[in-house]
Ligand binder design. Structure first.
Ligand SMILES: Nc1ncnc2c1ncn2[C@@H]1O[C@H](COP(=O)(O)OP(=O)(O)OP(=O)(O)O)[C@@H](O)[C@H]1O
Ligand SMILES: [Mg+2]
Length: 308
């Protein structure tokens, strides 16, 4: 069983307008409500790929029934602790005239120290039978710096996949030695405070995390592809050429793909290609619709891995 952690879930609301005008009344042409939160996204992708997975998280009481209902519709096993407050809504305004997407993200429900400790215990108990735990997404307000690090320490002995950035990534890598990290290039640059322009500098940056005790690092680079780094080897895979509809959640799909790869191959380097295929499959679907298994299966054979 795989567990994903989602401490700041959301409703993702996508609205279409002909042309977004700020400071004026805008008429909405179409509205869509999806599940949001990276921990939920990874779990949904993993489930669609046929893995046994559950999502463990925290959510505000107001809206919890609707959020649970959306997870049930995905047939996703979930265990969420309810706290006072409401489930946040992240709004994406899609302007049909080519202006792009404007996002308005709420911070989320405030978590107290007491809530946090209770959640850690819930996570520990519910992950008893899990080999792998995925920690991803923003933390809700109220969480101190190093919350993911503390949670990984509580989950002592689990293989943790950490997808975050900045201090959270740095502290987590140093203090709890996750099994895998998956920053994108921008997150890697922001965390280290340096520009990474060449393959060599990207590999060296990933190796810094390996030296801190991380076992595997995947640096994703959107349409450029991704790099896999461990103490033993460095791999690069160019992104697959597919028709791009929306790149939202490509990294989440990539993790879902690597989870399947790891289950099949029992080796993270060999699981990397599954991540590349899943990332590409995810950009072929509109908006926040994640990924179709059929696209993933068709793309898997097309992935070309190069040893660096
Ligand atoms: N336009 C694209 N075409 C083909 N493959 C893509 C494209 N964008 C992303 N991918 C694949 O998906 C992987 C992950 O994408 P990306 O680097 O954008 O993740 P991310 O920034 O973490 O995304 P998010 O956090 O929004 O889920 C890439 O390494 C690449 O293999
Ligand atoms: Mg990401």
């Amino acid at each position: 069983m795989i567990s994903t952690i989602c401490m700041n879930p959301s409703f993702d609301k996508t609205v279409d307008v002909d042309s977004l005008k700020t400071g004026q009344v805008n008429r909405i042409k179409n509205v869509r409500m999806d599940l949001g939160g990276k921990g939920i996204n990874v779990a949904v992708v993993a489930r669609r790929l046929g893995l046994a997975v559950q999502c463990i998280g925290i959510m505000g009481k107001d809206g919890s029934a609707e959020l649970s209902d959306l997870m049930d519709r995905e047939e996703l096993e979930h265990h969420f602790m309810e706290i006072p407050g409401h489930v946040r809504t992240n709004t994406k305004i899609y302007s049909r005239d080519g202006q792009g997407v404007t996002e308005l993200n709420e911070p989320g429900t405030v978590v107290s120290e007491e809530n946090l400790q209770a959640f850690f215990q819930l996570a520990k108990e519910k992950t008893k039978d899990s080999d792998i735990v995925v920690l991803t997404g923003s933390l809700p307000p109220g969480c101190p710096e190093g919350t993911y690090c503390e949670l990984m320490k509580v989950l002592d002995g689990k293989k943790c996949i950490l997808d975050t950035e900045g201090k959270e990534l740095e502290k987590g890598a140093k203090g709890a030695h996750p099994y895998l990290i998956k920053p994108n290039l921008r997150e890697m640059e922001a965390t280290l405070g340096i520009e990474l322009r060449t393959m060599r500098t990207i590999r060296d940056a990933a190796l810094l995390f390996i030296q801190l005790g991380v076992e595997h690092a995947v640096v994703s680079m959107g349409e450029m592809g991704a790099m896999y780094v461990s103490a033993k080897k460095t791999l690069f895979a160019p992104a697959l050429r597919v028709e791009t509809k929306s790149t939202v959640g490509a990294g989440d799909a990539m993790i879902g793909g690597m989870l399947l790869g790891y289950e099949k191959e029992k080796d993270m380097a060999r699981a990397f290609r599954y991540g590349i295929a899943a990332g590409a499959a995810s950009v072929m679907t509109e908006g926040t619709q994640l990924m179709l298994r059929s696209d993933f299966e068709r793309l898997l054979d097309q992935v070309k891995i190069q040893e660096v």
